[in-house]
Design a protein around this ligand. Structure first.
Ligand code: NAD
Length: 283
């Protein structure tokens, strides 16, 4: 039976407590987490942000990234004084993701924050794309997100604590992104990222009773691995013409948004999508 004590959970002025600091909400001190696509631009910057915020972090990527991942883990651990472990897994392979669950618990003990971020943009992803392009995109981006989010939320529930899932969707989930009147280069990619967004929303409702939040970010153009060194200045200007802020975003601008969604700073935020796109989506 509900009585007036139900209102006790809503403090009105927490700042009046002299020991209270709202910035503490952004801390991940003592938390354990993992980042998929951890060798890539967004992934390694989120791993660094979470490590700086005090979390032990597993950075997860394909075995072919070993030469990047091993020194990255060592550098983050040294710099931030937390545990950082490299783990290898193809997120589209169910058996490998199941094995990742065991490795995460063995190396970190548990998982309370997860950045579900590994993704690919496969050449030839347009209206005439071959089946193989479609299938590879969906397998890695969408099924990979499902498989890795599944082990994350199962660990959280098995260990009886809440947590936060943050998914990397994309501007392309919401906008067909026809640049300068050309055909969309990302048909399956956009479909996979829209699926991620809706899956994140579903999990928000399903997992709220377990204290688990689920949100997505939708980056616009971010100057990370997929663009750096691969486009000419004219392409930069063409791509940023429809962006109100007239520039790409940076990996750190993504990392700070993901830190917000992972941490208690966003403790009443679930089922949402945070556009980090310089205003592109307002048009
Ligand atoms: P990136 O290529 O630097 O990083 C992607 C990482 O995912 C790579 O390290 C790669 O090895 C890993 N990966 C690929 N397939 C994998 C698999 N099967 N299993 C495990 N790991 C795998 O790219 P990024 O810019 O850091 O992108 C990260 C995420 O952000 C992706 O999901 C991408 O679609 C999304 N995104 C990026 C942008 C952008 O402008 N950079 C915009 C919107 C969304």
């Amino acid at each position: 039976m509900t009585d007036a004590s139900v209102f006790d959970q809503y403090p009105l002025d927490q700042w009046k407590d002299p020991s209270h600091r709202i910035m503490d909400r952004f801390s991940l001190a003592g938390k354990k987490g993992f980042v998929t696509g951890g060798a890539g631009g967004l992934g390694r910057n989120v791993a660094a942000a979470w490590a700086e915020a005090g979390a032990d972090v597993a950075i997860v990527d394909l075995p072919r990234t070993k030469e990047t991942l091993e020194p990255l883990a060592a550098e983050l651990a040294e710099r931030y004084g937390v545990k950082v472990v490299p783990l290898y897994c193809d997120v589209s392979d169910r058996a490998q993701v199941d094995a990742l669950k065991t490795s995460l618990v063995d190396s970190l003990g548990t998982v309370a924050v997860a950045f579900i971020n590994a993704g690919v943009n496969v050449p030839g992803d347009d209206a005439d794309e071959p089946y193989e392009v479609w299938q590879k995109t969906i397998d890695i981006n969408l099924t990979g997100a499902y498989l890795t989010a599944r082990i994350a939320q199962h660990i959280m529930r098995e260990h009886g604590h809440g947590g936060s899932l943050v998914f990397t969707s994309s501007l392309s989930a919401h906008n067909a992104n026809f640049i300068a009147g050309g055909p969309s280069p990302v048909a399956a990619y956009g479909a996979s990222k829209a699926g991620i967004y809706e899956y994140a929303r579903y999990l928000a409702a399903a997992l709220a009773p377990y204290g688990i939040r689920s949100n997505a970010i939708s980056p616009g153009y971010v100057w990370s691995g997929i663009f750096e060194g691969r486009i000419v200045p004219e392409a930069h200007d063409m791509m940023t013409a429809p962006v109100p802020m007239r520039r790409f975003g940076t990996n750190e601008e993504i990392a700070s948004a993901v830190l917000f969604l992972a941490s208690d700073a966003s403790s009443y935020v679930t089922g949402t999508n945070l556009q980090v796109d310089g205003g592109y989506s307002v048009y």
